[in-house]
Design a protein around this ligand. Structure first.
Ligand code: PLP
Length: 444
């Protein structure tokens, strides 16, 4: 047993000892390809001496200074790197310690924006079913991940409602093209604004490419433009959660660039520090910054470890490496290679329903009946079995939450570091395909 309170109280997880580039070395001697980077966290692999040096240097120079009184060199440099060129009009960055905290701060920022504009009645967030925005209460409450919400439902914020996600593979009707599907979703969002009361809604929240709930699901062309138009119609903000899919994971700097629609507020996390330090951020658009500037000129939010200098130094080093080594283009190209390989190896498998994603953000979905789009029972634990079989084959992948809403199937997420060697991309696809075969031998 262990004194660490892990997810399973009865089982001890394997002991991870070292990280070496794309590999994890376990105490029992096994070397595992970290093919999901945790959950799309490790974007430059493990043990990079340049990041370690930047952290060590910063820890020795200044490990901590309270952001209520001071700013720091690495925080300023990191903010400059992220928003100095004002991507999509985003012009300020707030640094916190996780993606959940970033979502909490984003919601508070939206609320403060409307209070300062003299619209205190705007308290409601509309988000999407089949979404995940974090584990803290407000972030969990905005998310539509039913299984993760269930136990805490009584504690979750009440001013939240959910509309359909954009998931063409499962939810677009046979007689619809992309335009008709988008029009239907826009009507649904519009109707939800009307139901709640247009002047009560502060924001529409969405993951640009959905990660943990359904496995790397990008919207169809035109979707975000249509959702943005509905938000504009009613004066609400668009909050895009790129905690998992942001910062090059999908082959572009911000995932929204592929959809051509910038948010008013954006959250980022995992790949920001690449796992070297816990850090997330909120990127804030000029519309919101100006409203606060003209109002109280302060964001009413503070946390002890906000903009932690060592975390910012680590993230700055990671982002500098991503930029200097052209790793975002590599994520795009290797992602295509990974998807091609996976499709070639798995397309004949009767239970592999879909291989999808953008860049090195790849999801594989499993269904009991591909043609009928019928999922396995949750009790079959298919995603977990595939994950375990892959781990036995030496490849770490991230399992999705199993059957959702009785429609969407199990999935796993594959998201290796952007600098993974090409040969290892091929090896991941090969070993994963064999693991899928062996997992289903055990299921049937
Ligand atoms: N938002 C998205 C899209 C996520 O995938 C996650 C984590 O998986 C979060 C927010 C929460 O981030 P964290 O686990 O760092 O708090």
């Amino acid at each position: 047993m262990t004194a660490v309170l892990q997810r399973s109280l009865s089982q001890r997880s394997p002991l991870a000892l070292r990280g070496e580039g794309p590999m994890l070395v376990l105490a029992d001697g096994r070397r595992i390809v970290d093919a999901s980077g945790g959950a799309a966290v490790a974007c430059i692999g493990h043990g990079d001496a340049r990041v370690i040096q930047a952290m060590t240097h910063q820890a020795a120079r200044l490990a901590y200074a309270h952001t209520g009184f001071f700013t720091s060199e690495p925080a300023e440099a990191l903010a400059e790197k992220l928003v100095g060129h004002r991507p999509g009009g985003l012009s300020r960055a707030l640094f916190v310690s996780s993606g959940s905290e970033a979502m909490e701060a984003a919601l508070k920022l939206a609320r403060q924006y409307f209070v300062e504009r003299g619209e205190p009645g705007r308290v409601h967030a509309i988000a999407r079913r089949q979404s995940y925005h974090g584990a803290t209460l407000a972030a969990l409450g905005v998310g539509g991940h039913r299984a993760r919400r269930a136990l805490y439902e009584a504690l979750l914020p009440v001013h939240v409602s959910h509309v359909s996600p954009c998931f063409a593979f499962h939810h677009r009707r046979a007689d619809e093209d992309d335009a008709a599907y988008v029009a239907r979703l826009a009507l649904e969002l519009d109707a939800e604004f009307q139901r709640v009361g247009p002047h009560r809604v502060m924001a529409f929240c969405a993951e640009t490419v959905v990660g943990a709930t359904t496995g790397c699901v990008a919207a169809v062309p035109g979707y975000f433009a249509a959702m943005r138009a509905v938000c504009e119609r009613y004066g609400a903000l668009l909050i895009l959660d790129e905690v998992m899919c942001g910062l090059g994971r999908t082959g572009v700097p911000h995932a929204w660039e592929a959809d051509g629609v910038a948010p008013d507020i954006q959250t980022i996390g995992k790949g920001l520090g690449g796992g070297y330090q816990p850090i997330g951020a909120v990127l804030v658009g000029e519309r919101v910054v100006h409203a606060l500037w003209r109002g109280s000129a302060a964001f009413s939010h503070g946390q002890t470890y906000q903009a932690h200098p060592v975390a910012c130094a680590a993230a700055l080093a990671v982002q500098t490496i991503v930029e200097a080594e052209g790793l975002i283009a590599r994520s795009r190209d290797l992602g295509e290679r990974l998807q091609t390989n996976l499709r070639a190896a798995l397309s004949e498998h009767p239970h592999v329903a879909d291989v999808r994603g953008r860049g090195l953000f790849v999801g594989v979905e499993f269904l009991a009946d591909r043609a009928a789009r019928c999922p396995f029972a949750a009790s079959d634990g298919v995603a977990e079995r595939v994950k375990n079989a892959a781990l036995d084959a030496g490849v770490g992948v991230y399992p999705g939450s199993g059957t959702i809403d009785g429609v969407v199937g199990d999935h796993v997420l594959i998201a290796p570091p952007f600098n993974v060697p090409e040969s290892l991309v091929d090896e991941i696809a090969d070993k994963f395909a064999k693991a899928v075969a062996s997992a289903f031998e055990r299921v049937s």
